[in-house]
Design a protein around this ligand. Structure first.
Ligand code: GAR
Length: 264
C-alpha cells in the first residue's frame, strides 16, 4: 500500500469542500490525511469541522493585518527576505494599468500575512496544500516558498466555474448572470495569476431555464465535493505531470494525468 500523503488545507468559510476531503480520506478514496487547517478568517465555520475531527487549526487574521498596514504603512514590519522587485516582476494578479504604489502596498501587506501563514504551517510538514474556499489571492512570496520544485507544483485550488471562464471571487454568480447553459467547477494548480494555473480536472452540470443562483451553487458544490477528492487522489498516486503548453509562447501549464503504474 502506498504512503498516505500529508495534506494541509487553507479555508475562509463554511468548509464543505474541506469536509468532502476529510470524508474521502476517512473512506479510503484519498490516500491522505489532513495535517492542518488554517484560515484567514477567525470566524470560518470550517475550523469547527476540522476541530471535530481532531485536526490542528490556526488563524492568520488577514483583516487585522491589512488594517494595521493601511493605518501605518511606514511602520510595517516586512519579512527579512521580502524582495519587492523580484515579486513585482513575477506577479500577474492585477491589470498592467494598476498604479505602482498600489501594487507595492498589496505586495507588502500580503507578504506580512503570508509570512505568518508560512510560519504557522512550518509546524506541520505537508506534501500538498489545498485551498478549499480560501478567498485570498496568494502572491509569489508565498507560492515560491511552497513550490520549491517548479516542475512539481503543490498548491491546488478549487474554483466555482469552468476556467478560464469567470476567474475571481464569484464564479457561480458570474456564470448565472452571463446566462450560461452549462456551469461547472475546476481544480487547478496555483500560479502567479488569478485562477490561471494549470488545470487538473473539471466537472460540468446543466443549467435549466428555471434554475436560480441558489440552484447553481447547490449543483456546483455537489460536483466540487466529487471533483476535489478525485484530483487529490491523482496527486497522491503521483500521476500528475506538467507538460508543455499548447498555447504558443507560454510557459509549461498543462497538467496531464498519467495512467497508474501496472501492479507488479
Ligand atoms: C466553493 O464554491 C469554492 O469553489 C469557492 O468557495 C466555495 C467554498 O465553499 N472558492 C472560490 O471561489 C475560490 N476563489 P466551502 O467553504 O463550503 O468549501
Amino acid at each position: 500500500m502506498q504512503r498516505k500523503i500529508r495534506i494541509g488545507a487553507l479555508i475562509s468559510g463554511g468548509g464543505t469542500n474541506l469536509q468532502a476531503v476529510i470524508d474521502a480520506c476517512g473512506a479510503g478514496r484519498v490516500d491522505g490525511r489532513i495535517v492542518f487547517v488554517g484560515s484567514d478568517n477567525p470566524g470560518a465555520r470550517g475550523l469547527e469541522r476540522a476541530r471535530a475531527h481532531g485536526i490542528p487549526t490556526f488563524v492568520v487574521d488577514y483583516g487585522a493585518i491589512l488594517r494595521a498596514y493601511r493605518q501605518a504603512p511606514q511602520g510595517a514590519r516586512l519579512p527579512s527576505d521580502f524582495d519587492p522587485e523580484e515579486l513585482r516582476a513575477k506577479i500577474s494578479l492585477m491589470p498592467p494599468s494598476t498604479p505602482e504604489a498600489k501594487v507595492a502596498d498589496f505586495l507588502k501587506s500580503r507578504a506580512m500575512a503570508e509570512a505568518d501563514l508560512l510560519s504557522a504551517m512550518s509546524a506541520y510538514p505537508f506534501d500538498l496544500l489545498i485551498l478549499a474556499g480560501f478567498m485570498r489571492n496568494l502572491t509569489p512570496y508565498f507560492i515560491d516558498r511552497v513550490n520549491t520544485d517548479t516542475q512539481r507544483p503543490r498548491i491546488m485550488n478549487i474554483h466555482p466555474a469552468l476556467l478560464p471562464a469567470f476567474p475571481g471571487t464569484d464564479g457561480y454568480g458570474d456564470t448565472f448572470r452571463y446566462g450560461c447553459k452549462v456551469g461547472g467547477c475546476t481544480v487547478h494548480f496555483i500560479d502567479y495569476g488569478e485562477d490561471s494555473g494549470p488545470i487538473v480536472g473539471q466537472r460540468a452540470f446543466d443549467i435549466l431555464p428555471q434554475d436560480t443562483l441558489e440552484d447553481i451553487r447547490r449543483k456546483g458544490l455537489e460536483q466540487e465535493w466529487q471533483l476535489y477528492p478525485a484530483c487529490i487522489q491523482l496527486f497522491a498516486e503521483n500521476r500528475l505531470r506538467l507538460t508543455a503548453s499548447r498555447l504558443e509562447g507560454r510557459p509549461p501549464r498543462t497538467v496531464v494525468a498519467i495512467a497508474p503504474e501496472p501492479a507488479a
